[in-house]
Design a binder for this molecule. Structure first.
Ligand code: GUN
Ligand code: ZN
Length: 453
């Protein structure tokens, strides 16, 4: 890897069309390293990706070969940079950027004292619009091109997020968050309102451009049976919708669920009884599952979003990743801001590595390809977008992130000695953050910075 030269992109990159060849250090993980091992990483130190006018990848490989096959396309010369598939955040809360770093509390007090009060501000549509566009901008600035996002408890604020994503080009699944107990009155809805508003928003937004609707009960402790039944009714009517919520996050929360739903054998059963555990459902955390819950998640084809920085931040526990995978449960990665500590999936990937390294059950630690897989392909599959995004194989949408180390940065100094693709990737996961993201594209369109190449 050469040093972080302040390499400007070739001027041809400024051509208005999307068709082009990007030449860079290219890495992706198109197959599952948990099944086939770290050789799942495919990389070209002088590689190239060709993109057509529709923003699809048409060619991938050694630069000399791609350039010979695509002689007429404009060239973006980014040989001083690293090109990855756009990152996929499988769990993050839009109204929580303002509570990042609220130190010192476990889950339930953190929600009650810091987070719920902040989320009530999103009743103000002007504030919500401003926060929505900030949130979307920050995701793209961190290289995230697809996200499954907890919306707000207010329909207009949730619509503001759809609008901001459509405007900026982000691929987004989100929905109105619903709750009718435990949260402050201002955040509560009723089963009838939740049913009507969720259906209305789904009809308006699901399938529009890059947007999908996600049915979003906050978590079982904040939902009555009647409210979950209303969500289940929408889920039955609209089987194509994503479903998302929280599951088995902290011991105190799980004890709360046992008291609130005494007839259900475990936490997952509460959602199952309402038809909310199905393919396309993504449950965040699941730190403390029984073997039976894991088997049922796998059977249902539901996925789990692992949120390691949030788990450490709130002291919720350590995620049994290998147990999930051994049980056949799909696992993706989420930043879970505001309990999470950043919107960077690279940072989150490092935290996933650190967590698994410290776990006896982990057996072998994660290698860099496992981490990139979790932050890209696995997330795309979990959210139901795996056919379109998640890796750089021809036919996929050209959702990309270009990392360019700042010349005097630690990352640049470390990369000088990175003598393999895995070492380059590991250095990026460990050291690259928002300031190393030089460019983000969705469907071949520059979305960060907005008007650059
Ligand atoms: N459970 C219910 N709501 C939340 C939330 O906002 N963050 C986390 N980490 N867990 C939750
Ligand atoms: Zn969450």
């Amino acid at each position: 890897m050469n040093d972080g030269l302040p390499g400007a992109l070739a001027t041809s990159a400024e051509s208005p069309g999307r068709a082009r060849v990007l030449r860079a250090h290219v890495l992706h993980v198109p197959r599952d390293p948990f099944e086939i091992g770290p050789q799942a990483l495919e990389a070209w130190s002088d590689g190239a990706v060709a993109i057509d006018e529709a923003g699809r990848v048409t060619d991938l490989g050694e630069a000399s070969e791609v350039l010979a096959r695509q002689p007429r396309l404009p060239l973006v010369d980014a040989r001083d940079a690293i090109l990855l598939p756009g990152l996929v955040d499988a769990h993050v809360h839009y109204p929580q950027v303002g509570v990042i770093g609220a130190l010192g509390l476990p889950l339930l007090p953190w929600l009650a004292q810091r987070t719920f009060p902040h989320e009530t501000r999103f009743a103000d549509l002007e504030l919500a619009r401003r926060e929505a566009s900030t949130f979307v901008r920050l995701l793209l600035a961190n290289g995230t091109t697809t996200a499954l996002v907890f919306g707000a408890h207010f329909a207009p604020a949730t619509e503001a997020l759809f609008e901001a994503a459509a405007e900026a080009g982000l691929r987004l699944a989100t929905g109105l968050v619903v709750a009718d107990r435990l949260v402050p009155k201002a955040l509560r809805t009723t089963p009838d309102e939740a049913y009507a508003a969720s259906l209305r928003l789904a009809t308006r937004w699901h399938g529009r451009g890059r947007l999908r609707y996600a049915l979003t009960p906050r978590f079982a402790p904040a939902c009555s049976d009647e409210l979950l039944a209303a969500c289940g009714a929408v889920a039955r009517e609209r089987p194509e919708l994503t479903v998302t919520s929280h599951l088995n996050e902290s011991p105190a929360e799980i004890a709360h669920v046992r008291r609130a739903f005494p007839r259900d054998g475990d936490y997952l059963a509460v959602y199952e009884r309402h038809g909310l555990v199905r393919p396309g459902a993504v449950y965040a955390h699941d730190l403390h599952p029984s073997d039976d819950e894991l088997a049922r998640l796998a059977d249902a084809g539901a996925a789990v979003a692992h949120c390691p920085s949030s788990n450490a931040f709130l002291g919720s526990g350590a995620f049994p990743l290998r147990r999930h995978r051994r049980a056949g449960v799909a696992v993706a990665l989420g930043t879970d801001v505001g309990a999470g500590t950043s919107l960077s999936l690279l940072h989150e990937g490092l935290q996933a590595y650190l967590t698994q390294k410290g776990l006896a059950e982990a057996g072998e630690p994660l290698a860099a390809p496992h981490v990139l897989w979790l932050a890209t392909r696995a997330g795309a599959d979990a959210i139901g977008m795996g056919e379109h995004v998640g890796d750089l194989r021809p036919g996929r949408a050209a959702d990309l992130v270009l990392l360019r180390p700042r010349p005097a940065s630690t990352l640049a100094a470390t990369l000088r000695y990175a003598d393999s693709a895995e070492a380059v990737l590991a250095a990026c996961l460990t050291l690259a953050r928002e300031d190393a993201v030089a460019q983000t594209w969705v469907q071949g369109e520059a979305v960060h910075p907005r008007r650059a190449a």
